[in-house]
Design a binder for this molecule. Structure first.
Ligand code: PLP
Length: 421
């Protein structure tokens, strides 16, 4: 990306993105790059995500919701959090929802409430965000990784049984990129083996599994014992900071999580269990309640963009070996938190797109079984080949409700240009 200027070997230039700006020396250039990282994203013709556009469209609604909170001066839990809990419980077709400080804490509290800890094993896919496994380790339990299905990137249920031991306590399927994992065989196995199921639905609010001709599918989060959501700012329903939620049909588990999220205290200052501080705050809840009013419309927009990507890529699909578009299993309701394609020469393509002002991202560049912190588990490259291959080929393209048709056309045109070269 960085080139020396032809007419002056002492000068450097960054082509394209900075309109060939020239620098006197390398240090000057590095200083510029550091300061300009944020500017760079502003200059992107198609940023990978664009929270500013979303905010502009709801700015007044957000400000008046925040004003309400400021007037009450009640910032931790309280009526806004309760209203959000009811809204999410209803949306997820569950009876209970408990607001917590993040998606990671939703997973942590779910494991805690089930009493999972030292000596226990928990089965999960390695192709996910670190939190799915990190929380298991944090409690002294061992993550046991099971490879994914190559088409959906979700845990392959047919590979779970061989990993179950007398120590296995739970399975955490992750509904990656906004599509539900294949839950029927997984739930059947869990029932037969007496295992808990915690859904990591951090990326899947509103996604549905296996609709039938005369009925909608089951919502993510309500199929297992507990479902965990993240409202990280770039999620389909994103807060202005960290926030998360656990949903469940089980009144006892719900009640216990409510207690665990306030250090296990009930009544105040009397501690029934050793919990953590993981309270959702009223400001985040107020923002999420405003954004929730737009969620269905935004989801439909994401689905429309995904369909259009499919149409724009049609000719390349037949001519280009190795290009794969997202696959929708069982006519699931995919909410397209991410639109992930698979390509050869992924890293070179990503660099080329960046030089052309198009942001992309890689979920995930290194599967969890090969992470340095898990070297003690003694997995080797080749043990979970489908996840490993996906981590070399998967590329997430921009997808958000505000993405324009022109921007989308530009993304696909540039990808075509790269493979024509
Ligand atoms: C699959 C998955 N699990 C868990 C999390 C953790 O959520 P949070 O970032 O809100 O802690 C995330 C969010 O990034 C996620 O994508």
């Amino acid at each position: 990306m960085l080139k020396r200027v032809q007419h002056d070997k002492k000068k450097y230039v960054i082509p394209n993105l900075f309109r060939n700006l020239e620098f006197e020396n390398y240090n000057e250039l590095i200083a510029f790059v550091l300061i300009s990282e944020r500017e760079l994203y502003k200059k992107m013709k198609v940023p990978f995500f664009d929270l500013n556009s979303q905010f502009s469209s709801i700015e007044e609604e957000i400000k008046s919701a925040l004003d309400e909170v400021f007037k009450t001066q009640q910032f931790i839990l309280g009526p806004k959090v309760e209203a959000l809990e009811q809204t999410i419980a209803h949306y997820c077709q569950t009876q209970y929802a408990i607001g917590v400080a993040s998606g990671s804490d939703a997973l942590l509290l779910s494991l805690m409430v089930l009493g999972i800890g030292k000596g226990d094993e928990v089965i999960l896919p390695p192709f996910t965000f670190f939190a799915t496994a990190g929380v298991v380790s944090r409690l002294g339990a061992t993550p046991v990784f099971v490879d994914i299905d190559p088409d959906t990137y979700n845990i392959d249920p047919s590979k779970i049984e061989e990993k179950i031991t007398s120590r296995t306590k739970a399975i955490i399927p992750v509904h990656l990129f906004g599509q539900c994992a294949d839950m029927d065989p997984l739930l059947e196995l869990a029932r037969a083996k007496n295992l808990f199921v915690i859904e990591d639905a951090a990326q899947a609010l509103g996604s549905e599994y296996k609709p039938h001709p005369h009925s909608d599918g089951r919502r993510a989060g309500q199929m297992g014992d507990l479902g965990c959501f993240s409202f990280y700012p770039t999620k389909n329903l994103g807060a202005f900071g960290d926030a998360g939620m656990v949903v469940t049909h089980n009144a006892d588990l719900a009640e216990k999580i409510r207690i665990l999220r306030v250090h296990g205290s009930q009544p105040k200052y009397f501690h029934k269990w050793i919990g953590i501080n993981s309270r959702l705050d009223a400001i985040q809840a107020a923002i999420l309640l405003v954004k929730f009013r737009h969620l269905e419309k935004w989801t439909e927009e994401r689905q429309r963009k995904a369909k259009r990507y499919g149409e724009l890529f049609q000719d390349l699909l037949s001519s280009m070996h190795g290009l794969l578009l997202p696959m929708i299993q069982y006519k699931n309701r995919h909410i397209f938190h991410q639109y992930v394609i698979r390509v050869q020469e992924r890293d070179r393509l990503r660099q080329f797109l960046m030089e052309n002002g198009i942001g992309t991202d890689i979920y995930y560049p290194l599967p969890l079984h090969l992470q340095e912190c898990y070297s003690f588990l003694k997995y080797r490259r080749g043990d979970l080949p489908i996840s490993e291959k996906a981590s070399e080929e998967a590329l997430a393209l921009p997808i958000y409700p505000e993405l324009t048709e022109d921007q989308q056309t530009m993304v696909v045109d540039r990808i075509k240009a790269f493979y024509r070269k």
